[in-house]
Each structure stands twice: as C-alpha cells, then as structure tokens.
Write a protein that binds this ligand. Structure first.
Ligand code: SF4
Length: 108
C-alpha cells in the first residue's frame, strides 16, 4: 500500500508553511502600531530627548482615564491611523494611547 503523503508532498507542504510563516512575520514588521507596539524604542532619540520624555513622565499607555495623547492638543496624529504619531513638545514616536504630565485638552 502506498503512503498517502510522499516525501515530496511533505517537503512541498513544509516549504509552503515556512513561506506563509515568513510572510506573516515580515508583514508584521516595520509597522509600529500604537496598540501592539511600544513607541518608546526610538533609536534616533538623543539623551536630551530621552531626558525630556522622562521629565514629563511619558508612557505608551495612559494611566489616566480620559487623558491620552490622541485627545491632547499637542499630539500630531499618525498616518496611517494606529501607528506611532508625534508630539509638538517631545521628540520621537508617540503612542496615541500615551500620556505625559504636559497633557492639555484639545479645544473644541
Ligand atoms: Fe502626549 Fe504629552 Fe505630547 Fe500631549 S504633550 S501629545 S500627552 S506626549
């Protein structure tokens, strides 16, 4: 009786699974989304930039209900939405869900 899966079938299927896995891994890289990734790992920040972020106690996830970077008047929204944005007073990537002590409400 012949095996249902030949060695060739297994190799082809395994190769396809590896390709699929690699594709999923690559497609997830390079997109810093505010919900899934930290916006604090910006390697271009100088020590001074990092100190400013620390002084204002910037965090990627706001600990204060109703106060997040995305409703702060100083937030520069990301394109595409969900990616790390920016801030008018802090350099580097800023999470839309973040917060710092300089939070100021958007005017209506
Ligand atoms: Fe976020 Fe603070 Fe910048 Fe406002 S000032 S956008 S709360 S980092």
């Amino acid at each position: 009786m012949k095996d249902i899966w030949s060695r060739r079938d297994c190799l082809v299927s395994g190769g396809s699974l590896l390709t699929l896995g690699a594709t999923l891994l690559v497609s997830g890289c390079g997109k810093q989304t505010a919900s899934a990734a930290s916006c604090s790992g910006d390697a271009t920040l100088t020590d001074s930039d990092k100190q400013a972020r620390a002084t204002l106690a910037y965090v990627d996830q706001s600990p204060v209900s109703g106060k997040e970077c995305n409703n702060c008047s100083l937030y520069k929204a990301a394109e595409p939405q969900g990616a790390c944005g920016g801030c008018q007073i802090l350099k580097g990537a800023i999470s839309e869900r973040g917060y710092c002590s300089a939070w100021a409400p958007k005017s209506v």
